[in-house]
Design a protein around this ligand. Sequence first.
Ligand code: DLL
Length: 434
Amino acid sequence: MIEYWNPQIERMPVDELKELQEQKLKELVHYVYQHSPFYRKKFDDAGVKPEDIKTLDDVKKLPFTYKQDLRDTYPTGMFCVPNEQLVRFHVSSGTTGKPTIVGYTKNDIDQWSLSLARALTSIGVGRGDVLQISYGYGLFTGGLGMHYGAEEAGATVLPTSAGNTEKQLELMQDLGTTVLACTPSYMLFMNEAAKQAGISIKDDTKLRVGVLGAEPWSEEMRTRIEESSGIKAYDIFGTSELSGPLFTECTYQDGIHIWADQFLVEIIDPKTGKPLPDGEQGELVITTLVKKALPLIRYKIGDLTVKTSEICKCGRTHPRIMRVLGRVDDMLIIRGINVFPGQIESVLMNIPEVGEHFMIIVDRVNELDTMKVQIEMTDAAFSDKVNDIMSLEKKVASSLKSVLNLAVKVELVENGSLPRSMGKSKKVIDNRKI
Ligand code: DLL
């Protein structure tokens, strides 16, 4: 039986949903124009007035908002409410420059929790579940965001945060954790740590669901995680600027549901900024329809994906985005060829002898880009004496070549030698940028 948190909203006929969005969009543009000097100036510079937004399609007339806008107005220059109306800040540390600050009113937190409660219900998680949250608590939105959403959904929260893996495994067994929320990288790490401690997550725990995200991961990685841990692994997406973790797939695992009564999603051509039709890959752009402290108008998230408006098999009418390939700026250009780390992961995870850990190292030698992929083997392949290291390296290189159309040097490294991550993992070292 399919469960809904709010069936009226989640299965609302598409026409009604669009009407609701249109209404909220019109209210939003007036709201930001009145409450934020930042947006007033942005609209004025673009020559657009709130009254110009009459239909949903008019969203195209609105200017984009960028992460850089948040940095330029650091700390709270884009906010639409005075600080005393805020109940929380989250801070996202960028690799360069100022961090971005997100503020929330009480209502913003409630809306965020509702969004996640719907998402968790859609993957069959709620009352009766022990949900271990191993996303970091603190300035990062993963821990606290999941926490409030999971409580709203009725689950019993075990707020372990990331790290102290031995303790996490002990509590998982003792308290009967059924759902684990963490990055896919940390899921792998936990699996490994469990094995070392003589515990099988599959056989010795009650874990049945993983709510995995905050970083790109491939379908092939999902298969591996599901098989090795005996769980259903669901993709969860969100960004701190939109609130934090917000959207998941449903049990059909066929795209991530974006709640249309709260968010308006567009896919655009990253170069021209023109909206793209369903089914075409482009950059994700989201407008928040109900946030009050820090509403975002056509926020250019930077992630590449594909949208579909087809009604899902679960009956939900809200649009879906497919697995996020990565950020536009994660794309590596190697001798003129575009490569996403996720493509490499997909190829590697299809080769049974290759383990789950790899590192991509990009360099420039004699003015020429080079790419090396370091891989670890699976334990099973490692113990197979007949296995010839050289032939495995060759096999991996040729699989990569056939998919990427690029010569890649493959280097087998000792198991356990590549870095493990408890949060978002780093899979690329680009020495060209150093
Ligand atoms: O990572 C929020 C989050 C917490 C999402 C917990 C899911 C679970 P940021 O730190 O602002 O927020 O990073 C957002 O991470 O723009 C994507 O590039 C990437 N990302 C997040 N989820 C996924 C996913 C949180 N499921 C940025 N697949 C986003 C691919 C993801 N990329």
